[in-house]
Each structure stands twice: as C-alpha cells, then as structure tokens.
Design a protein around this ligand. Structure first.
Ligand code: 6PG
Length: 475
C-alpha cells in the first residue's frame, strides 16, 4: 500500500463504519484506536468479512506510528465521544502535525466547542474542521449526510473524499460546507432537533392510534407503511412502520408493546433548544419534543399521576379522527417544525456571520441522514426561490398548510378533549395560530410591564417609543 493521506482515530461503531466506507469508496487509510486490542479485533473481523477492504486499511499501534504512516499533507478524522475526549486527541496530535495537515472532528460536537477548537487551531497552527455526520451506523458505512464547517480552502482539499463517501441524492453528493468555525456542527444540531420533533410527532400519532383508537401495533405499522408512500415519505416514517410491525422473538408479542416508554437522549436536541433561546428564535415543536423526552424519563411520577388522577378519558368516539385526518395533521405539523428549524438556522447565520446556504442545508438532508424525506426536496426548491422567506409562505407549502391545517386542528382538539398528550402537534398548531394573528395579545404584556416597571410601550396611533399608561399618575 502507498502511504495513505487519510487517517481515522476512534474505532467505535461509527468510526469502524466510516473507515470501511472510506476504504471502499474513496482511498486507502490508516487507523488508530487508543485501545490497541480494538484495532486488532477490527482488523481481524475486516480481514474475515471484507478482505479486499482490509488490504486498504493500515492499522497503527501508537499515535506516532499512525501519524508517521500518513503522507503529508495529512487529513485526520477523529471519531471519538464528543467532549473532553476530542480535546485530548487534538492535544496529543497537534505536536506531531504541521500547518499543512488537517484535523477533522466528525463526532456530534457542541458547536461552541467547535468554535473554540477552530479559534485554537488558528492560533496554534494545525487547521481544524468540525463536521456533522448523520445517518447512524448504516449511513456511516454506506453514505452519510455530511455538514462541514471550518476554513473553506481546507474543506476544498478533502471535499472530493467526503463527497465520495457521502450519500447521493439523484447523483448529487450530500456533503456540503456550511460556513466557518462551528457552522457544520450547528447545522447538525438543528438536524437533530428536527429529528427529535419528527420522531415525537410520529410517536404522538402512534399514541392516538393506540390509546384513542385502540389499534394494535401491527395495524398502526401498516398505516405508517402506507403513509410512507405519500407526502410523508421519510426514513423516520418508514422505520416507525417497521418498528410497529416487529415481533419480540422472546415473547412473541409486538416488540413495541415490550419496549419501556422511557426515551434516552445524548443532548443534541437540548443544545438546539438552548441555542434557540439565546438567539430569540421560536422553535416550539422542537422544544416540545425535548420536553416530551424529559417527561418520559419521569416514569415513576407518571405512573403515580395515573394512579392519583386516573387515566385519560380515551378512547375517542368511533367516527372521529380518520386516518387521513391524522396524516394531514402530521403533514401540517412537519411543515411547521421545519419552518421553525430553518428560522433558527437563519437567526444563527446572521448572528455568527456564517451566511449559511439555506437551500444547500435542505439539499444535504435529502439523503443519508435520519430526517431524509421527500418533502426536503420541495423545501430545497422553496428556499432556492426565496432564501429569506419563512417556509410557510412558500407557495407549495402555503397550499399544503391551507389544505391540512383543519386536520391538525381537529387532531389536536380531539386529542386534548380526550386527554391524549400531543405536545409537539399542539405546539405546531399554536405557533401557526400565532403566525396568522396580525394583532396578538402582546399589547397586554406591554401594559403589564409598563404598570409594574414603567418599561414603556409603543402606541398604535403614534410613532415613537417609551409611552406610559395612566396607572402611574393614578397610583
Ligand atoms: C444522526 C443521529 C445521531 C444521534 C443519535 C442519538 O443524525 O445520525 O442524529 O447523530 O446521535 O440518533 O441521538 P439521541 O441519543 O440524542 O436520541
């Protein structure tokens, strides 16, 4: 093997998958893992299962041997747990590299960390790229969606390799440079926030079927499979259908009925919500999804609540909430969720000076990533036509909203009347109702603020700020 240019550190599930993908679809590479045993085990497995690929992977036992095995300029991909482990690897690597080389963090880093690492890289000389990679193990192995951030010239140097290993949407690679510093990891965080929201809206609809309509898991799976052939076509609807129809090999019962209703989270959805608050962007559907995961963790309290207050007054009357109504509600909810996600991206783009390429964000999500869906192609088109316009005003989505808002309204109203929790769907509806209310109720908020704190308000009949109400004079 000639000296490879690319190295990968971290042979966990994602690192292994990415290594095989690079070896197969791009070029030979060197690999290193802190625990040498794991490297040996990975190489032995690969030699047995994919001998031709094993020939293209050069294992190293020490970091020095690893760096020395690469030809300059090197590009080293780090695939270790987000957080201090990344800083440690960078600190160990930096003295062994020079300013021609490149370090790429491909984990799920918090974009603030990526911004910091990018700034440190500028001071200390070894260029750094923070890169969001989506698609789970399968994506990493056969084509993920890649959202890059950092110095554009260095991205350009490795773009060929990244595009070669990325998913393709009708031949177009899903690997795009989003901007400087932490831009790529920020876009990945918003992707994950949307992922949480898409998953939550599917889960809420599942709940309406299960508790409101008393349908069994396999029947619900069949509905999701059908929806996956229409406007809701997406990876998450597809796998939800498969999850719902699966049987537990141990008990023979529906797998879904055996899975405990306590959701995990690694934190990226929460980061998205925190950043939205910092930026003053409204992303209530994503917030509701994070809240629902947090609440799911309070299993004991929920069980006590059901014992004390009694279960929700489900089921729904037979003739309510047809399958098509629920499908329409999901379509409307999904549009609201993405409209909010892109608003957050626009707010961050301005605040951090990234000039995020909005249509390209939608394009890079069309294949490979967890939120891939047919609708993202229409979003890319809408954002290309009017990059600064909120998605709800794009003619294609406006028509869909007008058609399906009654479905969302009926779904949320009926679910709430019958005590079925639909936090994300109702957040979508309330946000839409706020967006279409030209005269909101914030005049009352302003009156209250002026009453207790003399904060001043604007008037509808005069220009200027700092007007006060009569309450001060009246004591
Ligand atoms: C992806 C996913 C992935 C994420 C997991 C777990 O795009 O491939 O977003 O990066 O880490 O899905 O996320 P949670 O544990 O937070 O659900």
């Amino acid at each position: 093997m000639t000296e490879p240019r690319i190295g990968l550190i971290g042979l966990g599930t994602m690192g292994r998958a990415l290594t095989l993908n690079i070896a197969e679809n791009a070029e030979p590479l060197a690999v290193y893992n802190r625990t040498t045993e794991r490297t040996h085990e990975f190489m032995a497995q690969t030699r047995a299962s994919e001998p031709a690929l094993a020939e293209r992977i050069l294992p190293a036992e020490t970091l020095l041997e690893f760096v020395d095995s690469l030809s300059s300029p090197r590009a080293i991909i780090i695939m270790v747990d987000a957080g201090p482990a990344v800083d440690k690897v960078i600190a160990d690597l930096r003295p062994l590299l020079n300013d021609e080389d490149l370090i790429i963090d491909a984990g799920n880093a918090n974009f603030h960390d990526t911004n910091r690492r990018a700034a440190e890289a500028e001071q200390q000389g070894v260029p750094f790229i923070g890169m969001g990679v989506s698609g789970g193990e399968e994506g990493a192995r056969h084509g993920p969606s890649i959202m890059g951030g950092g110095p554009k010239d260095h991205w350009d140097r490795v773009a060929g390799v990244l595009q070669a290993i990325s998913a393709k949407y009708q031949g177009t690679p899903c690997a795009t440079w989003m901007g400087t510093g932490g831009a790529g990891h920020f876009v990945k965080a918003v992707h994950n926030g949307i992922e949480y929201a898409d998953m939550q809206m599917i889960a809420e609809t599942y709940g309406i079927f299960r508790d409101g309509k008393r349908r069994d898991a396999a029947a619900i799976g069949a509905v999701f499979a059908k929806w996956n052939e229409g406007p809701l076509q997406s990876y998450l609807v597809e796998i939800s259908g498969k999850v719902a129809t699966a049987t537990d090999p141990e008990t023979g019962k529906p797998m879904l009925d055996i899975i405990l209703d306590r959701a995990g989270q690694k934190g990226t959805g929460r980061w998205t919500v925190i950043e939205a608050q910092h930026l003053g962007a409204a992303i209530p559907v994503i917030e509701a999804a994070v809240l629902a995961r947090n609440t799911s963790a309070q299993l004991d309290r929920r069980q006590r609540g059901e014992h004390v207050f009694g279960p929700a007054p489900a089921p729904l009357p037979h003739d309510t909430l047809a399958d098509a109504t629920l499908e329409g509600a999901m379509i409307a909810g999904k549009i609201m969720c993405y409209a909010q996600g892109f608003d957050l991206l626009a707010a961050a783009s301005g605040h951090f000076g990234w000039r995020l390429p909005m249509p390209d964000v939608a394009r890079v999500w069309r294949e490979g990533c967890i939120i891939r869906s047919t609708m993202l192609n229409d979003m890319a088109t809408a954002l290309a036509d009017s990059p600064d316009e909120n998605l709800i005003f794009a003619p294609f989505f406006r028509a869909l909203i007008e058609k399906h808002i009654p479905d969302l309204r009926e779904t949320v109203a009926m679910a709430q009347m019958h005590g079925l929790a639909v936090p994300a769907l109702s957040a979508a509806l309330s946000w839409f109702d706020m967006m279409r209310t030209g005269r909101s109720t914030a005049n009352m908020i302003q009156g209250q603020r002026d009453f207790f704190g003399a904060h001043g308000f604007e008037r509808t009949d005069k220009d200027g700020k700092g007007f006060h109400g009569p309450w001060a004079m009246n004591g």
